[in-house]
Design a protein around this ligand. Structure first.
Ligand code: MN
Length: 288
């Protein structure tokens, strides 16, 4: 025996499975919380993953009126419907189907996220990505990206991948990312197809199935995720997914863990309690 015997297998396996939990946030928006639920408060560097999906206006119409953020990034990915964004620095934007907003809150913004539509399907995701201590007080920054600017590539027959962040083969994602080097892919698999993605061995990674069933990993360690399940993956060099029971859609997300203290108070995520108190004071004093 030597140390190499304990090296992780190359292909990542599902370590733990979490089911999205129905909850409500904002002014009463019904959504499914995947990361940020009691059993999975975070997955360093990811602090939250919400899926909002409803064709009932009462579930979403109240939206997310003015609220602050400090210390991390919010990533909104729309599949259906429209969300209007505005902040206290005069930035405005309308996110339509297929668009992404990667917002680096940094030292702070106060913004609103409001459904533009009054009926029809609203479907999308919001992911929170932590910032390292050195970047938490950086100037706020928006990357609003139209669907036309987000590469969607066919990786073989029946396999379509939208590259929001990271790299698939020679295709680079649309977002300019920072210290956590995130990978964020939306993968569509026809029945009987599969996809493999290389990821840095030490990055945290998960697969979230949002349509159909997704087989993750290979051989005896393969596991099937059903719609609304997130699989936290073991370390490894490659993620493998496949659709055997029917067409499937899923997110593959990975990022470099920060391994820093996380002190969280609602929309503020800092490293110490003192920084949280400062954030609350700054917000109350109108300094965000
Ligand atoms: Mn927000």
């Amino acid at each position: 025996m030597n140390d190499t015997a304990s090296v992780a297998p190359r292909i990542r396996a599902v370590d733990r499975v979490y089911r999205a939990m129905p909850t409500s946030d904002g002014a009463g928006v019904r959504l499914n919380r995947v990361i940020g639920q009691p059993g999975l408060p975070d997955l360093d560097p990811f602090l939250l993953l919400d899926e909002f999906r409803s064709d009932q206006a009462v579930d979403y119409i109240a939206g997310f009126p003015d609220h602050p953020h400090r210390g991390f990034e919010t990533v909104t990915y729309m599949l259906a419907g429209r969300m209007r964004h505005g902040d206290n620095q005069g930035n405005v934007g309308l996110l339509g189907p297929g668009s992404v907003q990667w917002m680096t809150a940094g030292r702070g913004i106060v913004h609103s996220e409001m459904p533009e539509q009054e009926d029809g399907l609203l479907h999308g995701f919001q992911l929170w990505v932590n910032l390292p201590a050195r970047d938490k007080m950086t100037a706020p920054r928006y990357q609003d990206i139209d669907p036309a600017q987000i590469p969607t590539i066919d990786v073989g027959a029946g396999v379509r991948v939208t590259v929001i962040a990271g790299q698939v083969g020679n295709t680079r994602g649309a977002v300019d990312t920072g210290a956590t080097e995130p990978t964020y892919l939306d993968v569509q698999l026809a029945v009987g197809t599969g996809f493999a993605q290389a990821v840095p061995i030490g990055h945290s990674a998960f697969v979230y199935a949002y349509h159909g069933e997704v087989q993750v990993g290979d051989g005896p360690r393969a596991k099937t995720l059903t719609t609304g399940e997130l699989g936290v993956l073991s370390p490894g060099e490659e993620i493998r997914v496949a659709a055997s029971a029917g067409a499937a859609r899923l997110l593959i997300v990975a990022g470099k863990p920060l391994s820093e203290p996380v002190v969280r108070h609602g929309p503020f995520v800092m490293n110490t309690m003192t920084e949280i108190r400062q954030a609350v004071d700054d917000y109350r004093a109108g300094r965000l």
